[in-house]
Design a protein around this ligand. Structure first.
Ligand code: SF4
Length: 231
């Protein structure tokens, strides 16, 4: 079984080194192929639609060869929690002494809970894609309730994590971001809320144009700490 898992080419590509993605860590990023959402502004259509090309065994070998230079790995995608053997892979990574950050859209709360309960993950970045009323139109995924379950679990566990939203001002208004801020406030989220500005690239998953609307930061409710990225 383990041998079969190691042969799985679930990973689309590897970023060999980043200081930016996992706070206070030197990390590699493993980009898992496939996603269960279809956000129009997604920068990674080739990862979302493409097939994996790198086996877990190769990725693990790479990590082992970087033991003195890296202390952690980010499992991203696509949506890494779709991969059915992620738990086993995390166990292998942990056995080599690396910390793990997971980037997720929150659609697999069952797996997130198991990883946390087994101390197989150290930090999570959770995407809050849109308020409930806009969730399906933005993501083409109908289960806001799964995302909400992930969010509530992380808050209640007081697990180290961050909530973030990619902001395209033609897709989400100030009022809609305020709905997210209010929801996080009501749910007792005490971390920082990261608003990530959409930076236009030619190839996105849907048809995404440059932002036309001028987003007014001054209209955001000061209920929780907010940090801007890429503005
Ligand atoms: S931006 Fe949306 S479509 Fe792209 S990887 Fe993230 S959840 Fe999937």
């Amino acid at each position: 079984m383990l041998k079969n898992v190691l042969a799985d080419k679930a990973i689309h590509s590897v970023t060999k080194f980043t200081t930016l993605d996992f706070p206070n860590h030197l990390a590699a990023i493993f980009w898992f192929a496939k996603c269960n959402m279809a956000c129009p502004y997604c920068y990674n259509p080739q990862i979302v639609r493409g097939k994996g090309e790198i086996s877990l065994a190769s990725a693990l070998e790479f990590l082992k060869s970087r033991k003195n230079r890296l202390d952690s790995v980010v499992l991203s995608g696509g949506e890494c929690t779709l991969y059915p053997y992620l738990e086993a892979f995390c166990e292998m990574i942990k056995a080599e002494g690396f910390k793990i950050k997971i980037d997720t859209n929150g659609s697999n709360p069952t797996l997130l809970k198991r990883l946390i309960e087994k101390t197989l993950v150290d930090y999570i970045a959770l995407d809050y894609k849109a308020p409930k009323e806009r969730y399906t139109s933005i993501t083409h995924h109908s289960h806001f309730d799964y995302f909400e379950e992930s969010l509530m679990y992380l808050i209640e566990k007081q697990f180290p994590f961050e909530v973030r939203t990619t902001l395209h001002s033609d897709l989400l208004s100030e009022n809609e971001i305020n709905t997210i801020i209010q929801d996080l406030h009501v749910k007792n989220y005490t971390g920082t809320y990261y608003l990530q500005n959409y930076l236009h690239v030619n190839e996105t998953l849907g048809v995404t144009k440059e932002q036309q609307n001028k987003f007014k930061m001054s209209e955001l409710l000061p209920l929780i700490p907010i940090e801007l990225r890429n503005f």
